[in-house]
Design a protein around this ligand. Structure first.
Ligand SMILES: Cc1cc2nc3c(=O)[nH]c(=O)nc-3n(C[C@H](O)[C@H](O)[C@H](O)COP(=O)(O)OP(=O)(O)OC[C@H]3O[C@@H](n4cnc5c(N)ncnc54)[C@H](O)[C@@H]3O)c2cc1C
Length: 406
């Protein structure tokens, strides 16, 4: 099989910065279409601590993912799911039920059409199959070069390519190099977010927590500006509920307190539990003391134009449109970016477009779609924490569907 260096035209070589799911899917799409690429990752290895694990619902972007990935990877997506027994061919998908977290009353079911829910860790490992990732390569600077863009890494080495695509996440270095100063920086959102992977180690407790819904649910507290996302995260064996793992993501409007996660975070969550109806109350009280309680600040960046250096520099995924997670859109847009990017680069390879025209076309669509989603998801993240206004939130009005960009 040809290596990435041997594929495509010698003068068309894509540098992908970041081997998160977006960067990896771009690499898979380029490889599938015989386009030369290199992919660089700042982490030293591919294995990450479990605290960075969460589930990601892929819904409206699934047809695009199908076009990008080779069959041998698509065939294994079932196993990358949080529950591999879920039927990936179910076109209806499932619903996300919303409840009043104080009384337990059901509020609404919001459909997630054509959805599957994958583990971030498993999906990264799957999408890395057959991709030669260069680890320990942290991009620190970018310069225009004869061929397009030259990137410099923290270890002093460099790489040159005709197009550099920053898929380096919400705090993207590539974005901040393209837009120096305040313009490229992500902005803080007034929301506290804890993300936990919880194993109760007890069959009855696991079944009680999963009794809300087999996949996912949201509880909103009318007085605490609080939302709790609960979903299944890992089902090693359907018949062994004691081994199931859950993702629990309590979020609330920032209250001026300092949050650190760890033991302090767990104590904070257990204090909140007393205000909740069952089973959310027990789902927090039963969290084992040795659980990793990760606190994250929530940030966003209103997507705007950057200097593309005559079609040599662009962005994709969270780097281009970091959003709060409450509408489940980040990866779906990352997949759309990957799809659009591979399509325009293929046009360059086939001589249908020049590089600057192709990347300008890609950027124009991305900036419009990204800016729209960032604002929609930002608004949504504030409204889901305001019980009175939840009925006006984007997730209630338009569900999980792709926004219709005007
Ligand atoms: C709790 C939670 C739940 C979510 N749920 C959903 C969901 O249900 N559906 C959905 O669509 N989305 C969801 N998302 C969003 C989704 O997880 C992200 O949109 C997606 O993972 C982004 O992938 P990415 O590859 O763009 O970025 P990342 O996963 O952040 O990958 C970026 C990569 O770049 C590397 N990197 C960073 N800086 C450099 C550098 N200078 N040089 C080289 N490499 C670098 C990083 O190490 C990392 O590996 C959720 C997010 C969270 C936090």
């Amino acid at each position: 099989m040809a290596s990435s260096e041997e594929q495509g035209k010698p003068d068309l070589h894509v540098l992908i910065v970041g081997a998160g799911v977006t960067g990896l899917i771009i690499a898979q799409g380029l490889k599938k279409n015989g386009i030369s690429y290199s992919i660089f990752e700042s982490e030293s290895t591919g294995s990450r601590p479990r605290s960075r694990e969460w589930g990601m619902s892929i819904h409206w972007s699934r047809p695009l993912l199908k076009e990008l990935l080779p069959n041998e990877i698509l065939d294994k997506i079932r196993d990358a799911q949080v529950d591999p027994t879920y039927d990936t061919c179910n076109p209806k998908g499932y619903v996300v039920p919303f409840y009043n977290g104080k009384t337990g009353a059901h509020i609404v079911d919001i459909p997630m059409v054509n959805a599957i829910r994958v583990s971030r860790r498993k999906m990264r490992a799957l999408c890395a199959e057959g991709i030669d990732i260069q680890y320990g390569k942290k991009v620190v600077s970018l310069e225009p070069s004869e061929s397009g863009t030259a990137v410099k890494f923290s270890d002093g080495t460099t790489a040159a390519g005709s197009i550099c695509i920053g898929a380096d996440g919400a705090q993207s270095a590539v974005r901040q190099l393209a837009l120096p100063g305040e313009e490229g920086k992500a902005l803080p959102l007034n929301v506290v977010l804890y993300n936990l992977n919880v194993s109760y180690g007890d069959a009855e407790r696991s079944k009680a927590v999963r009794s809300i819904h087999f996949m996912n649910s949201v509880a909103l507290h009318p007085e605490k500006n609080l939302s709790i996302w609960t979903s299944i995260q890992d089902v090693p064996d359907t018949d062994k509920p004691e081994d199931w793992q859950f993702q629990i993501m309590p979020t609330w409007l920032a209250d001026g307190k300092t949050h650190t996660g760890g033991a302090q975070g767990l104590a904070e969550l257990k204090e909140l539990a007393v205000h909740l109806a069952e089973p959310w109350k027990s789902s927090l009280l039963w969290i084992p003391e040795d659980t990793d309680v990760t606190y994250s600040s929530v940030s966003y960046w209103p997507t705007r134009e950057w200097n593309s250096q005559n079609g040599s520099l662009t962005l994709a995924g969270d780097s281009a449109h970091p959003v709060p997670p409450h509408r489940g859109q980040g990866l779906n847009h990352g997949i759309a970016d990957a799809h659009n990017f591979v399509k325009v680069v293929l046009d360059v390879k086939d001589g249908k477009k020049t590089k600057d025209v192709a990347i300008e076309e890609y950027n124009a669509e991305l900036v419009k779609r990204g800016a729209d989603e960032v604002e929609t998801s930002r608004r949504n993240a504030l409204l889901v924490h305001d019980f009175e206004k939840f009925m006006d939130s984007p997730v209630l009005k338009q569900g999980y569907a792709k926004s219709k960009v005007k």
